[in-house]
Structures are given as C-alpha cells and as structure tokens.
Design a protein around this ligand. Structure first.
Ligand SMILES: [Zn+2]
Length: 102
C-alpha cells in the first residue's frame, strides 16, 4: 500500500522513520529501478514508501500529511545554545547534548 512518494530519497527515509516510530511498519520500494529512466515518466522511478499492513494505511496517511505540513515554527532549523549544533526543526531537543529547545 503506497502511502508516499518523492524524488527525494532522504525525505522518503525520513517519513519512513517517522512512521516506524509510530509503530507502522513500512518499506521503501523502487529506489533501485532507475534502469529505465528516459523510457518511462520520471515519477515512476521515484522511491515509494509502502505500508506493510494495509489496515494502518489511513493512519499512516495522516501521519505523513502532518509530517509534510507541520506548523511553520517547527520547520526552521535551530541552533543549540549549549553545543552550537544546528538541529532540524522537527526536533524539540538537541540530539547532540540533549538540551531542550528554547
Ligand atoms: Zn546541544
């Protein structure tokens, strides 16, 4: 059951991590099928994220939508005031030293 596709493989991996953190098993399909580029529309070569258990598909779609459309204040990367590490906007604590976001 395809729940998400994007030409941006790291983004697909990111969405996969989010879903798995919610207990939804998923797999990335199609990321190696680049052999036919030029023969078929490029979108068919995009990596696809598939939910293993179709009963979780609707839940997964909601999570993906929230992951792709978060509140804007959470989108911006922020800098840890203790270790100066730059943290991606979706995290609320520094992954490096564990400090809470201000
Ligand atoms: Zn830090």
């Amino acid at each position: 059951m395809k729940v998400y596709t994007s030409p941006d493989l790291p983004m697909v991996g990111h969405i996969k991590n989010i879903l798995e953190s919610k207990g939804i098993a998923c797999i990335i399909q199609g990321q190696f099928s680049s052999a036919a580029v030029g023969e078929i529309p490029a979108i068919e070569c995009w990596p696809e994220l598939w939910v293993v258990d179709k009963t979780q598909l609707e839940e997964a779609k909601i999570i993906v939508k929230e992951a792709l459309d978060p509140p804007t204040q959470n989108l911006r990367p922020w800098k840890c005031r203790y270790c100066q590490e730059v943290i991606e906007g979706q995290f609320t604590a520094c992954w490096n030293c564990g400090a809470e976001r201000e």
